[in-house]
Design a protein around this ligand. Structure first.
Ligand SMILES: C[S@@+](CC[C@H](N)C(=O)[O-])C[C@H]1O[C@@H](n2cnc3c(N)ncnc32)[C@H](O)[C@@H]1O
Length: 224
């Protein structure tokens, strides 16, 4: 399952593979992450970090909207973006009215108006599935959507042994995941001009969809 090889197809071809894979996972109820307790620890850590001031948060790869709901309950407004229009979005929109807005799009293809800037950006498990040649456009796009001094959290796979470098992980449907050590993620994000603030390893207990990884949530700040 773990390999050092990035996907052997172009980023454009991989976008289609990724979309098909996630749509299939949701439509066949193979979205184990939607029900994973460790995943839900990430928004709790994010809320601790952003403090009590309420803001407008972009949730990239929002999936079933579980994290968006946690953020909404704390008084924030949320734009949840995903390439799959989850059936839960309708109910969440009905419940939370104009404090929630869902967008169906590939993240790097989404071009909102130039004035659209978020107080904070949250990415729980989306970035680490992208083609490595899209890391740069993905992070640049994220920075463009974030206000100066705005906070972003990215949560990614990390190796079980924290002294080991990350690797690529192949999933059955053709999507890949990439695990990162703290140093690798810190280097990647600071190379993209983010200010590194903090990180937390989130323990992922063994369960039937076992992957030999934990999560690593990184907190960064945009330049002033
Ligand atoms: C592992 S799931 C995590 C979902 C959600 N954040 C959660 O915690 O339940 C990754 C999500 O990212 C979405 N996704 C992956 N690549 C994307 C992209 N390039 N643009 C938009 N959404 C993407 C998938 O459809 C999926 O819902």
């Amino acid at each position: 399952m773990a390999t050092q090889n990035p996907p052997q197809i172009s980023s454009e071809e991989y976008k289609e593979v990724l979309k098909t894979a996630f749509v299939q996972c949701y439509q066949t109820s193979n979205d184990a992450w939607s029900y994973e307790e460790a995943m839900r620890e990430v928004p709790v850590y994010f809320l601790e970090c952003i403090g009590s001031q309420k803001g407008h948060i972009l949730d990239i790869g929002a999936g079933s909207g579980k994290d968006a709901e946690i953020l909404l309950k704390e008084g924030h407004s949320v734009t949840g973006l995903d390439l799959y229009e989850h059936e839960a979005w309708q109910f969440l929109s009905y419940t939370w009215g104009d404090r929630i807005n869902f967008v169906k799009s590939q993240f790097t293809d989404w071009q909102p108006s130039a004035e659209t800037k978020f107080d904070a950006v949250f990415d729980n498990g989306c970035f680490h599935h992208q083609h490595p040649s899209l890391y740069f456009p993905y992070l640049t796009h994220l920075k463009t959507l974030l206000k100066p001094n705005g906070i972003a959290m990215l949560s990614v796979f990390t190796p079980l042994d924290e002294n080991t470098d990350g690797s690529f992980i192949d999933f059955d449907e053709g999507r890949i995941g990439r695990s990162f050590s703290v140093n690798e993620l810190q280097q990647l994000l600071t190379n993209h001009d983010f200010i590194w603030l903090d990180s937390r390893r989130i323990y992922r207990p063994w369960h039937e969809h076992y992957l030999p990884v934990h999560y690593l949530a990184a907190l960064v700040k945009n330049q002033p």
